[in-house]
Design a protein around this ligand. Structure first.
Ligand SMILES: Cc1cc2nc3c(=O)[nH]c(=O)nc-3n(C[C@H](O)[C@H](O)[C@H](O)COP(=O)(O)OP(=O)(O)OC[C@H]3O[C@@H](n4cnc5c(N)ncnc54)[C@H](O)[C@@H]3O)c2cc1C
Length: 432
């Protein structure tokens, strides 16, 4: 998709005006987080987005600097920051935020430096709750059914089949392309650029970055992932974890027929492998482990998985496709999720670990909560909702990571085998 192309805005509900933060919400004073240009916020807003009408649709695109002053003045009347929501980061959570915002009558614009479809190291399992939220947006990305989760360690295997509707394994680029196609269809502008400055005013926020025309909006949602620049710029990043404690993720794809319709979590003494069916001839293998972990070395220590992935052993070919992708450190702590008119969603809002495969479900639920809070003019309401949405994930995932790092590590799978009711209850709690 060409981010700089003009895009058509499809029919919308009557746009809502973005209200000012409500009582009790701390309206931000003008706070320069990064040196910004001297132009007024309003004229920056007009300059950054060009809006015209074609065939009854609004057309929005970054405005180039050759626009005449008269045209800018005209645009300034058409585009006000009142309904504009700027979303920094066009990963799955940023794009879903844009769809929900457009549906709620806001005027979203997404800023993303990378071209669609965007790949990322991920286990690529849409757990039942994530799939439900995706379906609520009338999206149906193709993939492979997921019926449950198996924990495997040597000959020990604990399985839990999801009680209700299952999940789906979906290649990351397929998921991203599916959401991005809907965003384009809805006429939501995606501007190519990387935000590196956030300037908060009483009634709006201005974003800028290299190659990015300054853009003013009523609110900003930071959906820019694990290493969120927005989080850092508004001062919501907490101190990082000690280097020796950090965990990282790697992912590879194999062009093989899946041998199971469960996500298999294979526990070795040092790492966990996540094996996810993704399609008739596609299996994803994600690995979680310490800094410097090498995929090939870790796989060599798990001969059963290595054999299953080996083309020779299965009479299939070829095996690995594409490159190995990495992400981390996984633990990202935040002091709060809202500052003034900036709200954080997805990995940008804080992340514990991929061990429980919940990032997308939580990110999509946060997107919905953030948009509701913006419509209500109550960003602090989002803070409460974020805490409620993530409580289970934070508690259980932190506990499991702590156990995985302790001498109890080798007892996790045997305990799941011995206590299937407890194991099943935990999987259900996390997957919904
Ligand atoms: C190994 C591993 C396995 C996982 N397995 C699963 C799983 O099975 N199921 C699951 O649900 N979750 C899983 N997760 C978590 C999941 O991948 C994340 O929670 C999810 O990708 C978060 O999406 P996001 O849109 O918040 O962030 P991202 O997908 O990281 O998107 C952020 C976007 O922001 C853009 N960006 C960054 N900086 C800027 C900037 N300054 N300006 C503008 N744009 C910017 C980036 O280019 C990127 O496109 C896993 C994670 C890992 C690491």
């Amino acid at each position: 998709m060409d981010h700089r192309a003009r895009v058509h805005r499809a029919q919308r509900r009557v746009p809502a005006r973005i209200p000012h933060p409500g009582r009790g919400a701390r309206a931000a004073r003008t706070r320069r987080v990064h040196p910004a240009s001297s132009a007024s916020a309003a004229s920056r807003s007009a300059r950054s987005i060009r809006v015209s009408r074609a065939n009854g649709h609004r057309v929005a695109a970054p405005l180039d600097s050759r626009c005449s002053l008269g045209e800018r003045a005209k645009l300034e009347r058409l585009v006000t920051p009142d309904t504009r929501l700027a979303i920094v980061g066009g990963g799955p959570v940023g794009l879903v935020t844009a769809l929900i915002a457009a549906d709620a009558g806001l005027d979203p614009v997404v800023i993303e430096p990378r071209a669609t479809p965007i790949d990322k190291a991920c286990g690529e399992g849409l757990m039942p709750g994530a799939l439900r939220l995706v379906r609520e947006l009338d999206l149906d990305p193709p993939g492979a059914p997921l019926r449950g989760i198996a924990y495997v360690q040597g000959a020990k295997r604990a399985e839990h089949l999801f009680a209700g509707e299952g999940g789906r394994g979906v290649e990351r680029t397929v998921l991203h392309a599916t959401i991005a196609a809907r965003v384009a269809q809805q006429g939501i502008p995606v501007v190519a650029g990387r935000v590196d400055a956030v300037e908060q005013h009483d009634a709006c926020v201005t974003l800028s970055g290299p190659g990015l025309e300054p853009l003013t909006a009523g609110y900003v949602v930071g959906a820019d992932g694990l290493h969120s620049a927005v989080r850092e710029l508004v001062g919501l990043t907490r101190e990082p974890q000690r280097a020796s404690r950090r965990r990282y993720g790697l992912r590879r794809h194999y062009a093989l027929a899946p041998w199971s319709d469960l996500v298999e979590v294979r526990w070795t003494p040092d790492v966990e492998f996540y094996v996810t069916p993704l399609g008739p001839r596609s299996v994803g293998v994600a690995l979680l482990g310490p800094r410097g972990v090498d995929f090939g070395t870790a796989l060599a220590a798990e001969p059963e998985l290595r054999a299953l992935l080996s083309a020779d052993a299965r009479g299939e070919s070829p095996d690995q496709t594409g490159s190995t992708r990495g992400a981390g450190p996984l633990l990202q702590r935040t002091s709060a999720r809202t500052r003034g008119r900036v709200l954080l969603v997805g990995d940008a809002s804080g992340y514990v670990d991929a061990l429980t495969g919940e990032g997308l479900r939580l990110g999509f639920a946060q997107a919905r909560a953030a948009v509701s809070a913006i419509i209500a003019g109550d960003p602090h309401g989002y803070e409460r909702e974020w805490a409620a949405l993530t409580r289970g994930f934070r508690g259980m995932t932190s506990g499991l990571v702590a156990a995985a790092r302790s001498p109890l590590r080798t007892a996790i799978v045997p305990a799941a085998v011995l206590l299937p009711g407890v194991y099943g209850a935990i999987v259900e709690r996390l997957a919904r």
